[in-house]
Design a protein around this ligand. Structure first.
Ligand SMILES: NC(=O)C1=CN([C@@H]2O[C@H](COP(=O)(O)OP(=O)(O)OC[C@H]3O[C@@H](n4cnc5c(N)ncnc54)[C@H](OP(=O)(O)O)[C@@H]3O)[C@@H](O)[C@H]2O)C=CC1
Ligand SMILES: C[C@H]1O[C@H](OP(=O)(O)OP(=O)(O)OC[C@H]2O[C@@H](n3cnc4c(=O)[nH]c(N)nc43)[C@H](O)[C@@H]2O)[C@@H](O)[C@@H](O)C1=O
Length: 315
């Protein structure tokens, strides 16, 4: 058991969607939260990371920093998705070991599993088949992160663990239509289509792919539980346990936004993995359950989007 009270926990990527949610959740644990801006510390620079970590007397580290993006961003920038993620995790994990950090939590992703893994995907499916080509670069980097945690545990006895979140959404998400994930993209598209009274909204791909979504606050809650009470080499899946097709998601988002036009398909865009539903039995057996339904989460995220993007609010 890793008691959080009074502990100094460094949340990397605190300005991002997941890091921000972890900071909000950790505030309830009476820990001392350590953060540093990217402009002051580029996590790809080993000397900078070592100097920072050795001077901070950290008890715990959460690696929520990373190069992140949707299906097209991954496909278009394989070099950065592989290089940035490899360097960030390698630098932070090694520096944490050298500084004697007691607990470290690394965030992987559901895309580390084989493209055609049996559903729901158990943690044991890791490295049992070929990866999805659109995000294999990012997935490979994330697999290396899991393996680094396992290697430092095996060789040095470090209590370094990994969690594999499913597709996340919520406040702080990226709503840029080129680089975002599907849920924020659809919220923006439906909002604009409603404002412009467009006859149709365009989905990428066939809409037949299935995805599981988890609100980022539920994810942060699960991650804090794991940080406190999970000390095993094998990664843990973090999901909602339910999935739907992208077309069903587009209909749900349209309903929440109040857009009543048609949905059409851009078949020049990739579908990606056909299905990615995580087996979350391991996490459920620890007493965690998700608390935000997909509809509630989309409604809240839509409100956040309108409040934080004044350029789209009034039109
Ligand atoms: N979003 C999702 O659906 C999922 C996310 N994850 C994982 O969760 C983690 C966080 O994702 P998410 O919050 O969505 O992503 P965001 O893009 O919202 O946040 C990423 C954060 O990492 C920081 N960062 C990136 N590169 C560097 C660098 N070189 N040096 C310092 N900081 C850096 C960014 O800093 P800045 O803000 O200054 O740019 C940002 O704060 C990632 O590891 C991701 O793989 C896993 C599964 C699903
Ligand atoms: C979290 C996870 O996220 C990524 O994997 P992904 O789940 O395939 O990503 P996505 O959310 O971008 O798309 C999901 C599905 O939705 C379809 N889709 C329809 N219309 C839009 C659309 O407008 N935008 C986007 N982005 N997708 C759309 C799209 O064609 C696909 O079928 C990787 O980064 C991966 O590395 C990773 O970790």
């Amino acid at each position: 058991m890793f008691q959080l009270e009074g502990k100094r926990i460094w949340v990397t990527g605190h300005r991002g969607m997941v890091g921000g949610a972890i900071v909000r959740r950790l505030a309830r644990e009476n820990s001392e939260i350590v953060t540093i801006e990217r402009s002051e510390l580029d996590l790809r620079r080993q000397d900078q990371v070592e100097a920072f970590v050795s001077g901070e007397r950290l008890d715990g580290v959460i690696i929520a920093a990373g190069k992140v993006g949707g299906i097209l961003a991954n496909d278009r920038a394989p070099a950065e998705f592989l290089y940035d993620n490899l360097l960030i995790e390698a630098n932070v994990i090694d520096a944490a070991h050298r500084a004697g950090v007691e607990k470290l939590l690394f965030l992987g992703s559901s895309c580390i599993y084989p493209k055609n893994a049996a559903q729901p995907i158990n943690e044991d499916a890791l490295m049992t088949g070929a990866l999805e080509p659109t995000n294999e670069w990012y997935a490979l980097a994330k697999i290396a992160g899991v393996k680094l945690c396992q290697a430092y545990r095996k060789q040095y006895g470090c209590d370094f663990i990994s969690a594999m979140p499913t597709n996340l959404y919520g406040p702080g998400d990226n709503f840029d239509l080129d680089s975002s994930h599907v849920l924020p993209a659809l919220l923006r598209k439906a909002h604009i289509a409603k404002q412009n009274r467009d006859a149709a909204l365009t989905l990428w791909g066939s809409g037949a792919s299935r995805r599981e979504f988890l609100h980022v606050d539920d994810c942060a809650d699960a991650l804090v539980l794991l940080l406190k009470s999970y000390s095993v080499a094998e990664p843990v899946n973090v999901g909602s346990g339910e999935d739907l097709s992208i077309l069903e998601l587009a209909r749900l988002v349209s309903e929440v936004v109040g857009y009543r036009g048609a949905i059409v398909h851009d078949l020049s865009k990739p579908d990606g993995t056909p299905r990615k539903l995580l087996d979350i039995q391991k996490l459920l057996s620890m007493g965690w359950t998700p608390s935000i339904t997909l509809r509630e989460g989309i409604e809240a995220t839509y409100r956040w989007f309108c409040d934080s993007h004044p350029e789209v609010r009034a039109a």
